[in-house]
Design a protein around this ligand. Structure first.
Ligand code: ADP
Ligand code: ZN
Length: 745
């Protein structure tokens, strides 16, 4: 850590440090307690300040959390080393960290760590080198390149070398040469924080429809009242939800507040960002896992000092230390990507509601297919319902048609029905774009030996290896294990005996290319794009009409707006219903509805074909008939009968470790004393398990699960805490607590 110590090397000799009062400091480590530290006399610090403190042999960054606990004799306390020159972390944010830790049974320090996600941002930014014109007239007999550079420059303005080189069409060495000759001068400049000069009125004025305006006014009045509220902006794709919430963003900006827009990571597309830029005259600050250190540092700092006004990000953006947040938008609120499944396990959508409550401002959930939890909160009167039932303008909702695969069976080893092929032919002839949707990466999900029936499995996970033709390898989709496709079966040694079972997108690509050799076909899955920029470039190609048929996974389902896309074929509509997950039906409904929504988003009418082996299933029927509310009613009554969320609360307990017998032992010991029955208030609780998890082995670790199901108003966290602390967990065994689990694997 490049931190300047106040005391040089003497700080180890505690006696030399004149100390005054004491305060507690929370550090970003798996600890729940803020430790007491002494404050040197010449250092002025306050709660929320970012400080450097000694911990063991190291010097680390922490945040002053509050008053000292006083459990250590002042003389024995170590002293804070230094303070970073930053505005303190606001009290609301510190309370938020406490709350998130408490609710998710996570260590406070680990939640803090999510907020200290750009360590380099703590130190003052370094200036960068820029160039300025040093001569007012262009000297005669100047080489062409140098002349071009001077001509593109405005007097008094500064430019980076790469910027100049690009503008003048020369190399950066020309710039250096010109500086040596005294034509340019080098200056140090500080960049402005991202999204700091944003204009709420930059965009063209648009007239909202009556429905849109009502929804916008409702949001605006809550923003102005600085009042906590949760609204669901509920409308079909293309209804203008984005347009409506942009009005809210504009109002919050006019009130001088910061705004956070959460998107499922993959939806951070160019198209959306361009639209934002047009509306607000400035690019938003971005926050997601694909950013480089420099961008992270600048955004973090801009957010922390209040200069960066709008952040658009994935779930982790919720933990940035906003100086004055006044609105959160959660687009696609139903999306499973809002749940973080490792490290601190939390649901960003739910935590965002808490953040808004602490900060007394509105949060707007946005979806065409809201989660049942959110709908239930509307039924209970907790959330406001802002509805936009129709698409804006000429665009109509697509027709959805079911293809019964029992009657229209694809050929052997093929997966596209005649009905779907016919529709593809027609759509190609009309010069429109088609999407074939299959939520499965790779070529085939299972590789089997024809001779002995041996299945190729991951040696580290309970999972089949997935063939990828592109890489010529078998991949595990749960860990990074991969191997070359073997020549002979490892079980019976027969040669070339492997058969691919079932389709992945690569296999659909093969089939499509066979049927339509002249069509421009593109596969789009999370692993076909090498990087975020790559992915954006591919999406742009689609938007620009350079692709006829897209074969895509769920990466294609979300948020995109492709003007020429009019046909969507869902290769296997039943796929998500396997596995018996609590939310399988809900998720399938959401995903398929979302995919269907990609079709016909402009004047051209869209058409959707769902290939299914069980077209009579209530989900297929609800999708085809567009009966969302009927679907929710049935789904809700089933959950209520089974006493499942949103009518009860769940927590998953996962025990994991390398030694199977130890994992089992701990799981069984916990099972023996698990919470069961009713408490003094008549609130019921039941614990199921332990049982080996469906992924009994993951990345070489064995896994057992328990599932706690409790009445809604029970203090589940307290119960779990009291339960788990009765057993000493060996150091090579990890116990994960998943409050409100989404995954049961
Ligand atoms: P959603 O977010 O519900 O999918 P969008 O906000 O993206 O819908 O709107 C769909 C399209 O309709 C966009 O191109 C948007 O600019 C346009 N649109 C929506 N409402 C209006 C309006 N009142 N005036 C003009 N264009 C609108
Ligand atoms: Zn694996």
């Amino acid at each position: 850590m490049s931190q300047i110590s106040l005391f040089g090397d003497e700080r180890e000799e505690k006696q030399a440090v004149p100390v005054g009062k004491t305060l507690s400091v929370l550090v970003p480590y798996p600890v729940d307690k803020a430790y007491d530290y002494a404050i040197p006399k010449n250092l002025e610090v306050h709660e929320g300040d970012y400080v450097c403190v000694p911990l063991g042999q190291r010097e680390i960054t922490g945040v002053i959390w509050g008053q000292a606990a006083g459990d250590i004799e002042p003389k024995k306390l170590k002293a804070i080393i230094s303070k970073y020159p930053l505005k303190p972390m606001p009290e609301i944010h510190r309370k938020f960290i406490d709350w998130v830790a408490h609710y998710n049974l996570a260590a406070k320090g680990m939640v803090l760590k999510m907020s200290l996600s750009a360590p380099a941002a703590l130190n003052p930014p370094k200036p960068s080198i820029a160039y300025r014109k040093k001569v007012s007239d262009i000297p005669a007999k100047l080489p062409e390149k140098r002349k071009a550079v001077l001509e593109t420059m405005t007097e008094g303005k500064t430019y980076s070398a790469t910027e100049l080189a690009e503008m003048a069409g020369c190399s950066t060495s020309v710039i250096k040469g010109m500086t040596e000759k005294g034509l340019l001068e080098m200056v140090e400049v500080f960049g402005s924080p991202p999204c700091s000069s944003i204009n709420p009125d930059a965009g063209q004025h648009i007239d909202l429809s009556k429905q849109q305006d009502d929804a916008a006014q409702e949001i605006i009045s809550d923003i102005n009242a600085q009042k906590f509220s949760v609204s669901l902006l509920d409308g079909v794709t293309g209804a203008g939800k984005t347009e409506v919430y942009f009005e809210g963003v504009a109002q919050a900006l006019k009130n001088g507040k910061q705004v956070l827009i959460l998107l499922p990571e993959i939806a951070l597309s160019n198209a959306f960002l361009d639209r934002f830029k047009k509306r607000f005259g400035c690019a938003p600050a971005l926050w997601h896992s694909g950013l480089g250190t420099a961008q992270r540092r600048e955004t973090w700092r801009g957010v922390a000092n209040g200069k960066t006004k709008v952040v658009i990000g994935a779930r982790s953006a919720l933990f940035l230390p906003y100086q004055d947040l006044g609105l959160i938008i959660i687009d696609e609120e139903h999306d499973p990507a809002y749940k973080q499944e490792d490290g601190v396990i939390y649901n960003a959508r739910d935590m965002a509601v808490v953040r808004a409550h602490l900060g007394s401002f509105p949060v707007v959930l946005v979806s065409a297919t809201p989660s049942l939890e959110t709908i239930h909160n509307i039924w209970e009167g907790k959330y406001k319902h802002l509805e936009l039932p129709t698409r804006f303008g000429e665009a109509q909702l697509p027709d959805i048609e079911l293809v019964d695969l029992r009657n229209d069976k694809p050929e052997r080893q093929k997966f596209l029905s005649r009905a779907l092929l016919k529709a593809l032919v027609k759509n190609l002839e009309e010069g429109n774009q088609s999407l074939l949707f299959l939520n499965r990466r790779g070529y085939a999900p299972l590789t089997l030996c024809r001779g002995c029936g041996h299945r190729m499995e991951c040696p580290r996970c309970t999972a089949w290896l997935v063939e990828h033709k592109r890489s010529g390898k078998l991949h595990c989709h749960h860990c990074d294990y991969h191997m070359a496709m073997p020549k002979t079966c490892p079980s019976c040694s027969e040669e070339d005996s492997f058969v691919a079972c079932g389709p992945g997108v690569e296999r659909i690509f093969e089939e499509t290319s066979e049927y339509f050799p002249d069509a421009r076909v593109m596969v789009l899955a999370s692993d076909t794009a090498e990087s975020h920029d790559d992915l954006k470039a591919m999406l742009k190609k689609i938007t620009d009409g350079e692709v006829d048929i897209i074969i895509g996974t769920q990466i294609m389902a979300k948020g995109h707006h492709f003007p020429d896309l009019t046909l969507v074929g869902v290769v296997d509509a039943d796929l998500g219903l396997q596995g018996g997950d609590l939310r399988a039906a809900e998720r399938t409904y959401q995903l398929l509805h979302q995919v269907a929504g990609r079709a016909g988003r402009e004047a051209k009418k869209g058409h959707v074909l769902l290939q299914s082996w069980m077209p009579e299933h209530r989900i297929m029927k609800a999708l085809a008939a567009g009966e969302r509310d009927a679907f929710f009613d049935i789904e809700a009554s089933e959950r209520e009968m089974a006493n499942m969320p949103p009518y009860s609360r769940l927590a998953g307990i996962i025990i994991s470790g390398r030694e199977e017998h130890m994992v089992k032992e701990v799981a069984e010991a916990l099972g023996k004393i698990s919470p069961q029955g009713a408490n003094a208030h008549g609130q019921r609780i039941q614990t199921l398990g332990p049982a080996p998890a469906p992924f009994a082995r993951l990345r070489g670790k064995y896994r057992y699960r328990l599932l706690v199901c409790a009445d809604k108003h029970m203090n589940l966290q307290k119960t779990i805490e009291n339960w788990l602390k009765q057993i000493k967990i060996p150091s090579n065994i990890r116990v994960y607590i998943d409050i409100d689990p989404q995954s049961f694997l």
